[in-house]
Write a protein that binds this ligand. Structure first.
Ligand code: F6R
Length: 244
């Protein structure tokens, strides 16, 4: 794992967007694995800037997202499809038909199969990741066992709590989601995980300060991946006592 401490989260996002631009420019048919959430938001802002100011074209890009809430329609403003359309897809020249976010409001088992088929047939050149306060990656929540493949998950109580800031109340947060499995995620050629904010301290301590890999802290599985970069901002790095 390559670990880069940045001045601030904006620098982490700028650097990630540049990596993504290089991948888009160097591959004939780039396939990107995308994440939603507050951490990734500024990366998409930077990509939109690169599209506008540096001729970055998404015409040949395909994307697959990490996850989606079950029960939310794509038009719901907290669905991950809505997030992607709003923050990136509607602002660049991507062909929307080449973007895939599982559909949250359809028959779940059929959609799960479609999701896994999509993952099996698309080799991701790149995967962007955030991390949950409990170390979750996508919706792979801490557990004695994790899944390799896409699956339907009961969202952990602590994640419902963390995500409730985006909803009117905690009760409105869906209880289930589709998620890529850890095996799917680790198949991406290159992975970048970004971390910012004091609430990510425990997860980042497990990822950066020790050698242990544990399914009870799913992000630690990234230690097994041959091409992963972690961008952590200075404030969080200092807080956890990481000094290179
Ligand atoms: C989102 C996802 C989640 C988030 C994580 C961090 O697609 O897969 O694992 O990356 O919950 O969320 P934020 O960035 O909002 O702190």
């Amino acid at each position: 794992m390559k670990i880069i401490v940045t001045e601030n989260h904006l620098e982490s996002c700028e650097k990630t967007a540049k990596i993504m631009m290089d991948i888009i420019n160097k591959n004939e048919k780039p396939i990107l694995g995308l994440a939603t959430g507050g951490t990734a938001e500024q990366v998409y802002e930077e990509l939109v800037k690169l599209h506008k100011n540096s001729n970055l074209s998404f015409k040949n890009v395909s994307t697959v997202n990490l996850d989606e809430y079950i029960g939310l329609a794509p038009t719901h403003d907290q669905s991950y499809r809505y997030f992607m359309n709003h923050h990136l897809f509607s602002k660049v020249d991507i062909n929307i038909e080449n973007t895939y976010v599982p559909l949250g409001n359809t028959e779940a088992n059929a959609e799960l199969k479609k999701f896994q088929d999509k993952l099996n047939s698309t080799k991701r050149h790149f995967q962007i990741l955030g991390v949950g306060p409990n170390g979750h990656v996508a919706f792979n929540e801490p557990n004695a066992n994790l899944h390799a493949n896409a699956h339907i998950v009961d969202i952990a109580e602590s994640t419902i709590e963390a995500n409730s800031r985006y909803f009117n109340s905690k009760n409105d947060v869906p209880k289930k989601a589709f998620t890529q499995g850890m095996g799917d995620i680790l198949k991406a050629e290159q992975i970048v995980l970004l971390a910012t904010g004091a609430n990510k301290s425990d997860a980042m301590k497990s990822l950066l300060l020790g050698d242990e890999i544990s399914t009870e802290c799913p992000c630690t599985l990234l230690k097994t991946h041959p091409n992963t970069t972690i961008f952590i901002d200075k404030d969080l790095a200092t807080l956890i006592g990481y000094n290179g």
